[in-house]
Design a protein around this ligand. Structure first.
Ligand code: ZN
Length: 197
């Protein structure tokens, strides 16, 4: 079984990387505002964990929406909404992975993501697996941490503080703004993870 992880360089996908130790990590610049910081963070995380990684750019900013792209959002219910974001990223990862005979795509979704985004639910990932398997290859999509809240994932994964120190969570800037949903969630998750120690 060979697995490629979609690594954003945030807390969740970094913890999944440390926990699952996938055979490869894929870092995608899709035109998000924090792309440069996410790329730096993901590269540092992969290097720190001694995992191979590849960075690719597939610019989807022409079909972006919401806070992560500095666009007004009109359809989604959360500020960081981006239409079909996970579907797009999984499709890109699947194209990359099927050409290299991988079996599985891992994503860093945690419990609660599905409450904010329809593309963070097990139903969605099962549907994406069905779509992929109706085509080439036998790729499946797995979210191994989907039943764990982010602090529990940090605890379960045994990711170290030094690895987490490389992560980037801000949705709106390459330096943490301290106010966006990504920054706020990061502070809450780290405070709760600290209490689990
Ligand atoms: Zn921020």
């Amino acid at each position: 079984m060979s697995r490629v992880l979609l690594l954003s360089g945030g807390l969740d996908s970094t913890s999944v990387a440390a926990w699952q130790r996938p055979e490869h990590c894929l870092v995608i610049d899709y035109g998000q505002r924090a792309a440069a910081a996410e790329r730096r963070a993901a590269a540092a995380v992969a290097t720190d964990l001694d995992l191979p990684y590849t960075h690719i750019t597939v610019n989807a900013s022409a079909v972006s929406g919401g806070l992560m792209a500095n666009q007004p959002h009109s359809v989604g219910e959360t500020p960081e909404w981006w239409p079909y974001r996970n579907q797009f990223l999984i499709t890109v990862a699947a194209g990359w992975a099927v050409l290299r005979a991988y079996d599985e795509i891992l994503v860093g979704t945690v419990a609660g993501d599905g409450d904010r985004h329809a593309d963070g639910t097990q139903t969605f990932y099962d549907a994406m697996t069905a779509v992929l398997q109706s085509q080439e290859g036998r790729l499946s999509v797995s979210a191994p941490a989907i039943h764990l809240a982010a602090p529990a994932l940090i605890h379960e994964s045994n990711v170290t503080d030094s690895t987490l120190g490389w992560t980037h969570s801000c949705h709106v800037d390459n330096l943490p703004c301290g106010r966006c949903p990504g920054c706020v969630k990061r502070a809450e998750v780290l405070a709760r993870a600290e209490r689990l120690q």
